[in-house]
Design a protein around this ligand. Sequence first.
Ligand SMILES: Nc1ncnc2c1ncn2[C@@H]1O[C@H](COP(=O)(O)OP(=O)(O)OP(=O)(O)O)[C@@H](O)[C@H]1O
Length: 258
Amino acid sequence: MTADTAVRLSEVSKAFGTGGSALLALDRVSLDVAPGEFTCLVGASGCGKSTLLNLVADLDRPSAGTITKDGARVALMFQEPALFPWLTATGNLELALKARGVPRGERRSRAARLLDSVHLGGFAGRRPHQLSGGMRQRVALARALALTEDDAGDGQGTVLLMDEPFGALDAMTRDLLHDEIERIWRERALTVLFVTHNVREAVRLGDRVVLLSSRPGRVVQEFPVPMERPRRIDSPEVASLAGTITDRLREEVVRHGA
Ligand SMILES: Nc1ncnc2c1ncn2[C@@H]1O[C@H](COP(=O)(O)OP(=O)(O)OP(=O)(O)O)[C@@H](O)[C@H]1O
């Protein structure tokens, strides 16, 4: 492990079950993620993308291999925002800050600052059902930041794990959130591991796209994304690289019958 690595997976395997019915979800996956890097993971359904994020988040343990994070704070964000419906946007953030041990007197102002940082300053008193799907995901993003920033409100050293976070949103809302996450990633120098089915989304956002095979999940190929930021998801350059990755993914799906 060096200063150049925020997360290192070394020969990580994960099997579910035992004996003849065991399912090998990940097979000797090795991956180094640099601090401040935006890495996207794509692969066919069931290739183990969520399993990999859960292992990095310590929600589960690998069957073999090691995962090293070098003191990084880790936050996880899912497709469903999973907010408490009876709490306002502010209330949801205050609860996260309480869980982080932030003193009561500081929580309101920290929550307000976090809502401002995701451009939801005017919606602090709304409950989740009074917010659009995109706004709820912004609150979920602010909560992930709340769980990881240090006492000075600095997110440096944070690994943000995102599991299809925009998968349930319409295309225009998703485009806006792509701009948002890119801005926040840059401002806070976050390290992001982003799982998606959407290859264009991966090319829009990633410094690198890692393609996983299915049953068992293995790293098939890595694609650096050389285009300048910000990129447009419908630009010819994004479409072209996404096409190359999709062709490779299709070969894998055919090979594994997924
Ligand atoms: N707790 C579990 N017990 C048994 N099998 C599991 C468990 N979690 C995942 N699996 C299996 O492991 C494999 C990988 O699942 P995982 O959810 O990580 O894939 P994925 O790539 O995230 O899928 P999707 O893109 O559909 O969300 C699948 O075959 C799944 O059925």
